[in-house]
Design a protein. Structure first.
Length: 460
């Protein structure tokens, strides 16, 4: 059902689910090198402690949203949390790199179901000001989860060992499952439509192969396995498109492709994540590799930004209601562009106070506005009968924007020499410059208004 306001308990449950999804992504940032040493993993294998989660998460988001529409958003969300908790428990007990990587893939699969279902519940249970308020909480939890995850990773790894990072996720997911069972009306039925099994399989293989190809390229250049993944992605994507055009039961309702504002919102959401996710990593890397900060201190250095995000995000909905989603979105992209331009001044002789604090505080104002405005534009233009599929498209676009951003930022930073600290600082500055240009172009894209705008169409 579609309601005006699903209530505060559900809102906070969904917000904390979003917090856990981002926390699970960030909580291993500091722990990975320690894990690699203890489990005798190669550097390439270490990267897959992070990448396995990304590949599974990105590859299953869209089909997860479709399953949620079919079986019920609350049911699929809880199943996703159970799978995530199981994967985290296996990871905490793992004594080999292969088992650990498999556990991270299982966590990513659970996160895909939970994230798509959570956003679908926002689309279906909230509207108007209540939806803006809920999306504001989502943005707060996302920013807070990223910063807390990074800081908590260092703290847990240093004092309790890396396995504690997995137990935190398992316990948090279990608590959310218990909470969900106590929410009135949470387990409502889905649409009971026939699920497109072949379409879901094709799109999952295509998206997962694409994610694998992207992350493999950033690991150390394109090889035969990367080319094979790219070929598989192209083949299955083409098969998916052909099937969607011919099927009477497409995975993605045809009405979605006839709503230009929705497609523009999805594109801008992906571009936003192309910058907003890797910028945290690169700031942390600059502090550690160039300025020589300890990992725990580098993580704590992002806390001022997380506090500002937590305070600013709830204020975004009334700002959007006052000025409109398009002007606020354009201004948000410009704020992030300004922060990126400011970060181009980083150097080997820099400091946190002079080179990082100011830009990160500017990011703290732009980040929640970008997230909320793109999410809100997507929600307002989504077909009412497919909230799970639309939310799956949104989270898929965001996840792949982040994945592509991480890979391309690494490539941009490595285009020049990397033999000393000065080279590393200049590489980071190049990445920040490209990010600033991308955000400025996104601001122009947000302000663009076509003369004729198609209206949302009923039916599939």
């Amino acid at each position: 059902m579609t309601g005006v306001d699903g209530g505060a308990p559900l809102r906070w449950f969904l917000g904390l689910t979003q917090f856990l999804m981002i926390l699970d992504t960030a909580i291993l940032n500091v722990a990975v090198p320690v894990i690699g040493t203890e489990l005798a993993m190669s550097p390439a294998a270490e990267t897959w402690v992070l990448n396995a989660y990304v590949v599974a998460f990105g590859g299953l988001l869209l089909v997860g949203g479709s399953i949620a529409d079919t079986l019920g958003h609350g049911r699929v969300l809880v199943v996703g949390l159970v799978v995530l908790a199981l994967g985290a428990g296996i990871g905490a007990l793992a004594h080999s790199g292969a088992v650990l990587i498999a556990s991270r893939a299982l966590q990513g699969a659970g996160a895909a179901m939970a994230a798509a279902s959570a956003m679908a519940l926002v689309f279906s249970r909230y509207s108007g000001g209540a939806r803006r308020k809920t999306l504001g909480l989502f943005a707060s939890m996302a920013g807070f989860g990223g910063a807390v995850g990074t800081a908590l990773s260092g703290l847990l790894t240093e004092y309790w060992g890396w396995r504690a990072t997995f137990w935190v996720n398992a316990v948090a997911a279990a608590v959310l499952v218990v909470w969900a069972c106590r929410l009135q009306g949470f387990f409502m039925s889905g649409r009971q439509r026939q699920l497109s099994v072949l379409g879901g399989l094709l799109v999952t293989v295509a998206l997962a192969s694409t994610a694998y190809a992207i992350t493999s390229t950033s690991d150390g250049g394109a090889g035969a396995h990367t080319a094979a993944a790219g070929l598989l992605a192209a083949t299955t994507a083409a098969m998916f498109i052909v099937r969607e055009r011919r099927s009477s039961n497409p995975l993605i309702g045809r009405a979605i492709w006839r709503i230009p504002p929705l497609l523009r919102a999805l594109l801008l959401a992906g571009v936003g994540q192309w910058v907003l996710v890797p910028v945290f990593l690169f700031i942390s890397l600059y502090l550690q590799r160039v300025l020589g900060y300890e990992p725990l201190i580098a993580g704590l250095a992002l806390l001022p930004m997380s506090v500002i995000i937590f305070l600013v995000a709830p204020l975004a909905p009334p700002v959007i209601a006052r000025w409109g989603v398009t002007p606020v979105m354009a201004a948000a992209f410009l704020l992030v562009a300004g922060a990126g331009a400011w970060l181009t001044q980083v150097s080997v002789d820099g400091s946190f106070a002079a080179d990082v604090l100011g830009p990160t505080l500017l990011l703290a104002f732009g980040l929640p506005l970008v997230s909320i405005s793109t999410n809100l534009m997507t929600a307002e233009n989504a077909p009412a009968q497919d909230p799970g599929t639309t939310s799956g498209l949104l989270t898929t676009t965001q996840q792949f924007g982040a994945t592509l951003g991480l890979a391309s930022w690494v490539a941009i930073a490595a285009t020049g020499p990397t033999s000393n600290l000065q080279d590393l600082a200049e590489g980071h500055a190049r990445a920040f410059l490209v990010a600033a240009v991308a955000m400025a172009l996104a601001a122009l894209g947000a302000m663009y208004r076509p003369r004729h705008t198609a209206r949302p169409l009923p039916g599939p």
